[in-house]
Design a protein around this ligand. Structure first.
Ligand code: 7RM
Length: 652
């Protein structure tokens, strides 16, 4: 059992949260479980600016999800930008909505709610002039500039469906997404900038769109002024059309269940799925979780240093904070530029009170020593959040003691692209915390741990994490493929949403996420499918077969380990040359973040007689536990195991 930290007095002082204690949490959780309609109709009508308030709560269930998707608030009508912008103008018009810190320390600017509203209305006008209509898909391929948030909201203003593609993805990955959702417009910028280096967003976009007839317009924000290619009749500069556009002052009215956005995410099989979130339920969940978990207050300066290309950026940089009228900082740079003090310099200068980052960054910074932290005045901090992967207790303690000086609480927030918002987490003023535990479920989240026989575990134990009841922010479907949604999430344990994660529950009901139990990797908080790597690898000359697994990595959480079988007539046979060729292919077809750490050439993959690769064996070898392979007698050729074990690679 690990130590427990009570909520520090500084975190409790001045809180007006309805959840102040574990007793409050329990009452709220039970109420939401037993009467979801009353709970969430009340929350949504008090949080969102509905054009037509909903009278219906939840419709549908996990048992008949193949026939009917889950719906929340289905008779309500709204445009979510009115909740995020218009309704704040009367009381918060001059409040800073988005402070922006550019790549160079101190560079940047800020937008008040009034200015942000104006920009969004004009950008929506520009998109409308380009022909964008309700329901149409718009791809956003940008870096961390306020215009990325403006672009998302401008789409929402028109009822168009945005799909943000992380700026690190390659041209091929971008093209796949453009095609999958049949996008007609792409919004990008000339270049991104990160850590002093330019990112050629427009050039990559041009490569992706070569020959794509479906995309009729590309809106280009100028960030650096670099020379970029130009397709006349297709490409339009942001500064040429947005400032002079007719503002869309009347937002397009949407139904609660109209799609708000698509976000592609990796799974254990096949290509990334376009996870669909809808307007009313998603925004309700974003607003509720952002306010309650972090105990948001009117004068907070809130900084989530994720990228808008991931779900964390959607829910906790843009939608949740803006719906709550918060000041939400956007950060273009990296934790290590120009040095390992950058985050803390940012916190000190902007007087940040709530800071939200990922374990991978915390580990990297802790390794650089405390001086980079202690030289800054971090007295503004109150709540420190983490998300994206399990956090090891040492990194957790460093975050609490060195960054938070013992005065802040840590919220280790477990959630997924599919959950839309935070699901299992401490509630800042209420929950005593333990290093490495995501603690307790939010109201609406009913976790169930399944044993190997698919039976729910009662009391303490470890199993596969499922959620038993629908919650407002859950993904409704996979774009264009509802059967894939049903089979991915609802077929393993019929009647339950299966998360893909393992989890332990201790005697106090605290949850300890143990990581993915499927073939999804989590490298530095980036979610990637082993199947995506394997599809690239078997396309590389000289490689006949490939199997990719994860292994524990001190800084990245997980590293990527590839087992490769050569073609009989292979022309590359040097492992180093093959490693380089493999990484070049991954970079080109997936993106710069898809890098293989270790390559092992093997004579064959361990397969069952029916031809299924026994990944368990490959995982154990990569994890450095070749003595725990278990039963290998069902293999077609057990002799490959000895050579796999003998040739195992490691980083040390
Ligand atoms: C928000 C996000 C989801 C996967 C999820 C987990 C892992 C996320 C935590 C965590 C342990 C956490 N969305 N994960 N948060 N594991 N503790 N606090 O990351 O779709 O990109 O990834 O990330 O495995 O299934 S995501």
């Amino acid at each position: 059992m690990s130590e427990t930290y009570d909520v520090p007095p500084r975190v409790r002082a001045g809180s007006r949260s309805p959840i102040q204690s574990l007793a409050d949490w329990r009452a709220a959780w039970l109420a939401a479980r037993d009467d979801p309609d009353a709970t969430w109709l009340r929350e949504t009508t008090s949080r969102l600016a509905w054009q037509k308030a909903p009278s219906r709560g939840l419709e549908g269930s996990f048992h008949d999800i193949a026939e009917a998707p889950i719906r929340w608030f289905s008779d309500g009508e709204l445009n979510i930008t009115e909740s995020c912008l218009d309704r704040h103008l009367a009381t918060r018009g001059d409040k800073i909505a988005i402070p922006w810190e550019g790549d160079e320390p101190g560079a940047g600017g800020q937008l008040s709610y009034r200015e942000l509203h104006q920009e969004v209305c004009r950008a929506a006008g520009a998109l409308r002039a380009m022909g964008v209509q309700k329901g149409e898909r718009v791809i956003i391929y940008m870096g961390m500039v306020p215009e990325a948030a403006i672009a998302m909201l401008a789409c929402a203003r028109l009822g168009a469906v945005h799909s943000v593609v992380f700026g690190g993805f390659s041209a091929e990955a971008l093209r796949d997404r453009v095609r999958d959702c049949d996008a007609s417009v792409v919004i990008t910028q000339d270049q991104g900038v990160r850590g002093g280096r330019p990112i050629p967003l427009k050039a990559t976009c041009d490569e992706a769109l070569e020959g794509e007839r479906g995309v009729t317009a590309v809106l280009v924000f100028q960030r650096t002024g670099a020379d970029v290619g130009w397709v006349d009749g297709r490409d339009v500069w942001w500064h040429d059309c947005v400032p002079t556009a007719e503002p869309v002052t009347e937002a397009v009215v949407c139904a609660a269940e109209d799609p708000l956005f698509i976000l592609y995410t990796s799974g254990s099989t096949g290509r990334p799925k376009g996870v669909v979130h809808t307007c009313g339920g998603y925004l309700t969940w974003a607003s509720y979780t952002h306010e309650v978990v972090f105990d948001l207050r009117e004068d907070d300066v809130y900084a989530c240093v994720a990228d808008v290309g991931w779900i964390t950026g959607h829910t906790y940089i843009v939608y949740g904070p803006l719906c709550n009228g918060a000041t939400t900082l956007m950060f273009e740079s990296t934790p290590l530029y120009p040095d390992a003090g950058r985050y803390w310099d940012l916190v000190a200068r902007h007087r940040v009170s709530i800071f939200y980052t990922a374990p991978t960054a915390i580990r990297a910074l802790a390794a650089q020593g405390d001086d980079f932290v202690t030289r800054y005045d971090l007295s503004s901090l109150r709540v420190l959040g983490t998300v994206g992967e399990p956090i090891n207790p040492d990194a957790w303690r460093w975050y609490r003691e060195v960054v938070g000086a013992g005065r802040c609480t840590i919220v280790d927030t477990w959630w997924q692209t599919e959950t839309g918002g935070i699901a299992i987490t401490p509630i800042a003023p209420a929950t005593p915390v333990r290093p490495g535990s995501a603690t307790l479920p939010n109201p609406a989240i009913v976790p169930v741990l399944m044993d190997d026989q698919g039976r729910p575990i009662v009391g303490p134990g470890e199993g596969r994490l499922c959620l038993a009841q629908p919650w407002p922010g859950m993904a409704r479907t996979v774009w264009g493929d509802h059967p894939r949604y049903v089979s991915t999430y609802f077929s393993t344990f019929p009647g339950f949403y299966f998360t893909g994660d393992g989890c332990r529950r201790d005697g106090d009901g605290y949850h300890w996420i143990t990581g993915r139990v499927d073939d999804v990797l989590n490298v530095s908080g980036h979610r990637m499918g082993t199947a995506e790597f394997e599809a690239v690898l078997v396309g590389v000359d000289s490689i006949a077969e490939a199997a990719v697994v994860g292994f524990p990595h001190a800084l990245k959480g997980q590293g990527v380990y590839a087992y490769l079988v050569l073609q009989p007539d292979a022309d590359i046979t040097e492992p180093e040359a093959l490693h380089a060729a493999a990484n070049a292919a991954c970079r080109q077809q997936i993106g710069a973040h898809a890098r293989i750490d270790l390559v092992q050439l093997v004579p064959g993959l361990p397969k069952t007689r029916s031809g299924k690769v026994m990944r368990r064996i490959l995982r154990k070898v990569a994890e450095g536990q070749p003595d725990q392979l278990g039963d290998v007698s069902t293999l077609a050729d057990p002799s490959v195991v000895a050579s796999i074990v003998a040739g195992a690679r490691s980083l040390s």
